[in-house]
Write a protein that binds this ligand. Structure first.
Ligand SMILES: [Zn+2]
Length: 508
């Protein structure tokens, strides 16, 4: 069965060089405006409907609601204006959260066209805020998969206009990021019967053709030849025999930079295996492929940006099923780099499929490897689902890793990766235990385990995506599948601002 792709990934956007005034406001059905939280600092007299908005805003003291004020203009489309206040020095996460609420209120009116602007800020802040509004809008206007008998109503929203931010707002970069996030969320939200391993592989092949990526699929036979015993153990109980590792290559016309590898965990459904998960823990496990979706979304965004460095993307795609052939505790698996692993818990399958995938990615000696995985419950226990955990074999990267989280609003926090943690992974029968019996610090032990499959001469960042799914959404995004990591990685690599590429400095 061919998975139908969405009719559109983004709302068409134009950048209007015109400043926001009554004439330009009349070209849209709705205006979404960010203004300074301090009402005294708002340039009410320059805003369309400013006098009315000012009166409504004056009624709010203390914690201002979102939207702060609304009005309708006396023009042909009866433009609806919604305003939210945000402090000029607001943290990016707070800004995105406010933008999401404003956008939700706006889209509830189902306008056919929306104009966005940030008014009363310096140029740099206005650019950042408009980017946040744009991001929230493109996320909220994008429909996640739905399979109702009757087709869902076609969205009225056809056009988005960005006012008054010339020339700094980089529309192309913002669109690339939004498209990557939407792709990641769309894939993550797909039901498991619609996106089994075979469906996923075929879908990625179609995307590869559409975006000019070289494409290779390492099926079970190829993986046996590669000695990928860790991956194959997880795939063993899959009766469809359609698991495997997808390898995509993006090659710029003239590659001048060190190469990047993106690696993602793509467990299309995780039952836990023989150590079966209970009901609630298993419920959302079609999202256990969020890491692969983020890797793919990031590859798409970087392709749209036409970055000048080569990228290899590796997706480890398999279900983790129960069955008479399922792998069990105390098996000794041999990974493709020769390391032997004693199985402890069949629900710790993510690190097994990543072990072989990282080892295969490492054979090509990329300068930087970033892997994404919804890997451990202990990372969620440590951070909640508001932050994701990061680990790296280059401690000097801790500061830029945290900074990229703060700036993108996809926040991360680093954990240690000292080698004495290996004492918890000592095995009597193999080189390493898959995990410890106790769950203490499992996210750290998982990262230590993975480090065995990454060549030391590759800089490596491992993201444990505690924030990959969150019931109420997170930051700019209002859906359970957050697509966490796409914006983060673009910020880390310098792609958001289209500034200098940070890859060379990261990959030391
Ligand atoms: Zn699992």
């Amino acid at each position: 069965m061919q998975v139908p792709l969405p009719a559109r990934w983004l709302v068409k956007t134009t950048r209007s060089a015109a400043n926001l005034d009554d004439a330009s406001a009349a070209r849209v059905e709705q205006l979404l405006l960010l203004v300074p939280q301090d009402a005294e600092a708002v340039p009410w007299q320059t805003l369309p409907g400013g006098a009315a908005l000012r009166k409504v805003a004056a009624r709010h003291h203390g914690k201002p609601p979102v939207p702060l004020a609304t009005t309708r203009l006396d023009n042909a489309p009866a433009t609806s204006v919604l305003v939210a206040g945000v402090a000029a020095d607001a943290a990016p996460f707070r800004l995105l959260d406010t933008a999401r609420q404003l956008v939700a209120a706006g889209l509830a009116e189902q306008p056919a066209s929306i104009g966005i602007a940030a008014c009363g800020f310096d140029e740099e802040t206005a650019e950042r805020f408009v980017r946040g509004l744009f991001r929230a809008l493109q996320a909220a206007a994008f429909a996640l998969p739905k399979f109702t008998r009757e087709a869902p109503p076609r969205p009225r929203l056809k056009q988005l206009r960005v006012f008054g931010t010339r020339p700094r707002f980089n529309l192309r970069a913002a669109e690339a990021a939004a498209e990557g996030n939407n792709l990641a969320r769309w894939l993550t939200a797909m039901p498991p019967d619609r996106l089994g391993a075979g469906d996923y592989r075929r879908l990625v092949a179609r995307l590869a053709r559409a975006h000019g990526w070289q494409h290779r699929f390492l099926d079970e036979k190829a993986l046996r030849q590669a000695g990928a015993g860790a991956f194959l153990a997880v795939a063993r109980a899959n009766p469809d025999r359609d698991a495997g590792i997808v390898h995509l290559r993006y090659r710029p016309r003239r590659a001048t930079r060190p190469s990047l590898a993106l690696v993602g965990k793509g467990i299309v459904f995780d039952t836990g295996g023989a150590n079966l998960k209970p009901f609630k823990a298993m419920l959302d496990m079609h999202m256990d492929m969020a890491g692969s979706a983020t890797a793919l979304g990031t590859l798409l965004a970087l392709t749209r940006l036409e970055v000048d460095y080569p990228i290899d993307c590796w997706l480890a795609i398999t279900p983790n099923r129960i069955g008479s052939r399922a792998y069990t505790a105390h098996e000794v698996l041999t990974a493709s780099n020769g390391v032997t692993i004693q199985v402890v818990h069949t629900d710790a399958e993510g690190r097994l499929v990543l072990a072989d995938t990282l080892a295969l990615a490492g054979r090509e000696r990329p300068r930087l490897i970033i892997d994404y995985a919804t890997l451990t419950g202990s990372c969620v226990a440590a951070l909640t689902d508001r932050y994701s955990g990061v680990f790296t074999n280059r401690p000097a990267l801790h500061a830029p890793l945290v900074a990229a989280g703060r700036e993108s609003g996809e926040r991360v926090w680093p954990f240690p990766l000292d080698d004495d943690f290996d004492e918890h992974l000592k095995s009597d029968t193999a080189d390493v235990l898959q995990c410890a019996i106790a769950n203490e610090g499992d996210h750290i032990l998982a990262a230590r385990f993975l480090s065995r499959f990454v060549p030391e001469d590759c800089a490596w960042v491992h993201m444990d995506m505690a924030a990959g799914m969150r019931s109420d959404g997170l930051g700019a995004v209002g859906t359970k599948a957050t697509g966490f990591g796409v914006d983060y990685t673009l910020e880390l690599l310098g792609g958001q601002s289209a500034g200098p590429c940070a890859l060379a400095s990261l990959a030391r």
